[in-house]
Design a protein around this ligand. Structure first.
Ligand SMILES: *[C@@H]1O[C@H](CO)[C@@H](O)[C@H](O)[C@H]1NC(C)=O
Ligand SMILES: *[C@@H]1O[C@H](CO)[C@@H](O)[C@H](O)[C@H]1NC(C)=O
Length: 361
């Protein structure tokens, strides 16, 4: 009923197309978190995602990388996967040892040390891909791998230069890293995209419900529109008054549900008593053209609804009057004749009597 703003949205399909394009692009990201509480203790945990679906986890306690999805091996053979895992095992061991060496070597660094790494690749088409490798120290971005060598981040501490010099001087590591980032990563992701296609392209419909709470502003209410359980991520949520978009609608960040679907909340601050006629409009790819429109609870008191209720009552009343009149007149008619005529016809119709007689024989 209030879908004109949603129609306007269709008039500018580029907004939707744009988000659809983003949705079709599934970056593969590996996040490594390494903690070194002191010189004798360390722990490294890693996680990997394709788009927003987790594909792998590798806990410090395990020697092998866990598959989170049935398609986590992509199109790699068992042998190829074993080979890759072996490289990562060697890497994890050397990484721990190297960090401990660096801490010994650099006087400005003290335990506890926390290292985070984000690496992976974005595959755009058969031949186009882009890889990335970023490192953070104590939560601050300090260096990245760019093409063929490590580069210092603009705000990194001066000692980063020394670390980069050591890393860039290690020919073997540099070659392996380039091979992993530019050759193996895109190949692996192509396989994942193929093997996981059904799940990556799944469409889950949002569930929408409304609630209200107190606004920090005196005499105001906060209307909340909860949108949950949808996948993929892009969703459009807006509070409307009739055909008017309420531009003061505030949406939260996307929050993930445990079942790998998304949740988002759109809030609107309104003067208490002015909430009637407001509706929450939700557009999502899983819904096609069927937007979800949820009216605020007080809507049942809106003038249009009161008119509808009054009209229904009047129509109902008229119906009752007509029906009782018809029944009343019909009753009179039937007492006067219809059943009587049936009895008379029956008694004097020979074929009926014969049939009855035959039946009883
Ligand atoms: C290192 O830290 C762990 C806990 O994180 C502690 O149990 C251990 O005793 C510490 N070792 C040294 C040598 O300080
Ligand atoms: C992490 O794994 C390494 C190597 O297996 C081990 O030496 C270390 O104690 C583990 N750390 C924790 C916190 O369990």
């Amino acid at each position: 009923m209030w879908s004109l703003p949603c129609l306007l949205f269709l008039v500018f399909p580029w907004v939707w197309v744009q988000s659809e394009a983003q949705q079709n692009n599934f970056p593969f990201r590996i996040l490594q978190i390494s903690s070194f509480p002191n010189s004798s203790r360390s722990s490294t945990d890693s996680l990997a995602w394709l788009g927003d679906l987790q594909t792998h986890r590798w806990s410090n306690a395990s020697d092998t990388i866990d598959f989170v999805k049935p398609w986590s091996q992509g199109k790699f053979s068992d042998q190829q996967w074993e080979h890759l895992q072996r490289i990562f095992q060697v890497y994890r061991f050397s990484f721990t040892r190297d960090i401990q060496e660096f801490v010994k070597m650099l006087p400005n660094i003290h335990y506890p040390v926390e290292i985070q790494m984000s690496t992976g690749c974005d595959v755009y088409s058969e031949n186009a891909s882009e890889s990335f490798f970023y490192v953070a120290f104590q939560g601050e971005y300090i260096l990245s791998f760019q093409g063929t060598s490590f580069q210092k981040a603009p705000d990194a501490p001066p000692w980063t230069e020394l670390v980069i010099k050591v890393l860039n001087g290690d020919q073997g590591t540099m070659e392996t890293l380039q091979w992993l980032l530019n050759d193996i990563c895109p190949k692996f992701v192509h396989g994942l995209l193929e093997a996981g296609k059904a799940e990556l392209e799944k469409q889950e419909k949002p569930e929408v419900w409304l609630s209200s709470g107190l606004s920090p502003k005196h005499g105001h209410l906060q209307l909340l529109c909860h949108v949950s359980g949808f996948y993929p991520k892009p969703v459009w949520v807006m509070w409307m008054h009739g055909e008017q978009k309420q531009n003061s609608t505030q949406t939260t960040e996307y929050l993930s549900n445990a079942d790998e679907t998304w949740y988002l909340q759109a809030t609107l601050d309104v003067e208490a008593g002015k909430e009637s006629g407001l509706a929450c409009c939700v557009k999502h790819s899983s819904l096609g053209e069927q937007d979800i429109i949820c009216h605020s609870q007080d809507d049942k008191n809106s003038p249009i609804n009161i008119i509808i209720v009054v009209v229904l009552l009047v129509v109902g009343l008229i119906c009752v009057l007509i029906c009782s009149y018809v029944i009343y007149t019909k009753k009179r008619c039937s007492y006067q004749g219809i059943p009587g005529r049936a009895v008379v016809e029956h008694a004097f119709n020979p074929s009926t009597r014969e049939a009855e007689a035959g039946g009883s024989l």
